[in-house]
Design a protein. Structure first.
Length: 222
């Protein structure tokens, strides 16, 4: 953890939020402000899923790029990110299973138990699952943001990995959002809005790698 890196990341995020607000205020957006909110929420949950898909490939390439003598040490440090991934995937699977059980459990209970007992268990099952589902929803909401920011604790493997994964994540999210079309406004504004976010994040990540190397001697090779 470094306060300078945190400050630069915070101000880039603030600048991005202000730019997005001014763009929407000036040219509007399809779906209104509710669409902005829904898009933000969807990206909170989408970011960890993209990391789960592309992250292993990036980490594999990172380890193969590192000097041969350092690879066993990097592989040994994967246990902390894998533990974080396990908690997240486990919570997601539990939430999905709980939703399925709450919606379909009544029929299964009536079929297996039959009579009044089956009807009673089926009626109480959704109520019993409600606290679990609420807890899982809260856990996934807050952990999704943390997982995206800290890239599932991959800094434990190497201090440079979060910056590299952040660049991969932001470009992947940008390509996914392309399916919703470009923002409103003139052509120049559309291109600037589409590329401004990922390019600025890439610039900050490149600066972060340089800062880690010059201040702390953190290198991927050597």
């Amino acid at each position: 953890m470094d306060p300078t890196i945190d400050a630069v990341q915070k101000w880039r995020a603030i600048a991005g939020a202000v730019a997005s607000f001014l763009l929407i205020w000036t040219y509007g957006i399809d779906g209104g402000w509710s669409g902005v909110f829904e898009d933000g929420i969807s990206k909170v949950f989408l970011a960890p899923l993209i990391l789960l898909l592309v992250g292993p490939l990036v980490i594999l390439g990172f380890i193969l790029y590192a000097p041969r003598q350092h690879r066993p040490l990097l592989r040994s440090r994967l246990r902390h990110p894998l533990k974080a991934v396990g908690w997240y995937v486990g919570a997601l699977a539990t939430g999905i299973g709980g939703l399925y059980l709450a919606s379909q459990g009544k029929g299964y209970a009536e079929e297996l138990l039959g009579g009044a007992a089956g009807y009673l268990v089926g009626a109480l099952l959704p109520l019993a699952m409600l606290p679990v589902l609420l807890w899982m929803a809260a856990f996934l909401f807050f952990s999704s943001g943390a997982a995206a920011r800290y890239a599932f604790n991959t800094a434990d493997v190497h201090a440079s990995l979060p910056a590299i994964l952040t660049v991969t994540l932001v470009w992947a999210l940008n390509l996914v959002s392309l399916g919703d079309g470009l923002p409103n406004g003139p052509a120049v504004v559309k291109v600037a809005a589409f590329l401004g976010g990922p390019l600025s994040v890439t610039a900050v990540s490149c600066w972060e790698l340089h800062y880690l190397r010059s201040r702390y001697g953190v290198r991927i090779r050597g």
